[in-house]
Structures are given as C-alpha cells and as structure tokens.
Design a protein. Structure first.
Length: 268
C-alpha cells in the first residue's frame, strides 16, 4: 500500500475519527498524520496521546489533505487551511454537496477528489464513492484509494454529478436500513408480539440477512430473495404487497430521488 508521505486530517468528528482509525489499523505511521480539530473530544485527545498523532500542531503543507468538517463550516475554515497545501498536495473532501469547483474556489489546490463514505465506516464495513478531477495524478488516485479503503470498499465514478446519486444510495442508505428495522419491529408489535421481542427479531433478521449477502457473493440479492420465497407461501403473500406497482421499489425511487435533489441543492 502507498500511503502519502504526510497527511493532514481536518475535522475529527465521527467520520474523520473513523478514517483515522482505519489508517492506524492499516499501519500508517501516526507521526506522519496531523489532525486539526478545534474542539477535540476527550476520547480523541486520549487517542492522539496514545498513538502519537499530532493534534492541532503548526499548520504545515501535507502531501494529502483530507477535509472532514461539516459542509457549512467550509467558508469559515478556508482561510485557515491555505498553509496545508503545497505544490504537490491533493485534497480528498468528504463534504456532502461541496463541488470540486466550490472547493477549488476556496482552497489553493488543483488536484481534488470528492468522496462520499457512509457510517458503517466506523466498524470498517463502509463503502465510499469517489470522483477525481483531471488534475489528480495516477499516484494520487492510488493514495486516495488506500486512504479510503481503510474503512471499507471503494467505488469510483467518472462523472462528478454521480456523487449526488452515490449520496442518495449508499451515503444516506444506512438510515434507510435502520428505518426498515424500526418499521419491521413496529409491524411485529401490531401483530401482537411484545415490542422488545419484535425489535430483537427485526434487528437480528437484518443483521443476518446482511451477513448472508456478504458471505455468499456468488448469489445476487434477487436469487437470495427467491431462495426464501415458496410459491403461494407466507413470504410470497408479503412480497405481493411490497412488489406491487406502488410498493417498495416505487417508494425507494422517490426517496432516493429526494435525497439526490437535496444533495444537488446543497452544492455550491
């Protein structure tokens, strides 16, 4: 693996901390990582002391700068970040809705990558969609791949506009899955199950189904669904409702379209 010679992480919230944990687990030398976070949690301060990561030290140029602040903080932070960029630096941004053009207008860097990770990154099971502009070199692209793969799978898109679609599917997707657990548990309670039991059943079902997907990559989700479904049985009765024209597929299309539109609205 090719790590950058030096790395600046701007923002140590949940996603920034998850990325840092992945880098350290993969063997990135802590002393080559500088973290800038104006309000580090006590836990993060303890982690920095334990590992040797440089926390809020002098702002010096780094080969790679990972921007993980909240999108609305970009304008306020931009002037303080200029010194992190040298002639050979590249920027890896995980700011939702902030385009390459927007970032280039605020920061002195031409090689820019936009990435959209998701929250399972916290347990090393995330998936990240990433776009690189034309100024990103093959070597920088490889380094970005290494940085992002520390928290899960990495998928590249060739058009920046597709990042908004990635946001709608995998970026926001964990919330859809968690809501499925909530809805399934509520449905079980309405069928007469004790609420706590229904929640345990719903949660374990989603956990187990996800693990089955992971362990049997040779089977598509469609095949796995059909394996559960006996013609004329109970599962088929439920799927007749979920797969109706106005059912889950149509609802998911509307939901993800709304998420993509919101991502587009946040751009600029």
């Amino acid at each position: 693996m090719t790590f950058p010679r030096s790395l600046a992480l701007v923002g140590a919230g949940k996603m920034g901390s998850a990325l840092l944990g992945g880098w350290l687990a993969a063997g990135f030398e802590p002393a080559r990582i500088a973290v800038y976070e104006p309000a580090p949690s006590p836990e993060f301060q303890a982690l920095a002391r334990k590992t040797g990561v440089v926390l809020n030290g002098p702002r010096v140029a780094a080969e790679a700068v990972v921007l993980a602040v909240k999108p609305q903080m970009l304008d306020a932070a931009a002037s303080e970040l200029a010194s992190l960029f040298g002639a050979d630096s590249f920027l890896l941004s995980i700011l939702a809705g902030k385009t390459v053009a927007n970032l280039a207008a605020r920061l002195p860097v031409s090689a820019i990558l936009r990435a959209m990770p998701n929250t399972p990154a916290a347990v090393g099971r995330g998936v990240t969609g990433v776009f690189a502009n034309a100024a990103v070199s093959p070597g920088q692209r490889e380094q970005a791949q290494v940085l992002l793969s520390g928290v899960g799978a990495v998928e590249w898109v060739e058009r920046e506009a597709l990042i908004d679609a990635v946001t709608a599917i995998s970026g926001s997707g964990p919330a859809y899955v968690f809501y499925l657990v909530e809805a399934l548990a509520q449905a079980g309670a309405e069928l007469g199950l004790p609420a706590d039991l229904s929640l345990r059943l719903a949660r374990a079902t989603v956990e187990g189904s996800g693990e089955l997907l992971r362990r049997q990559p040779e089977f598509s989700a469609e095949v796995l669904r059909k394996n559960v479904t006996s013609p004329g049985g109970t599962t088929q009765a439920a799927l007749d409702v979920l797969m109706a024209p106005e059912g889950l597929a149509a609802l998911m299309a509307r939901a993800t379209a709304a998420a993509r539109k919101r991502a587009e609205d946040l751009s600029g």
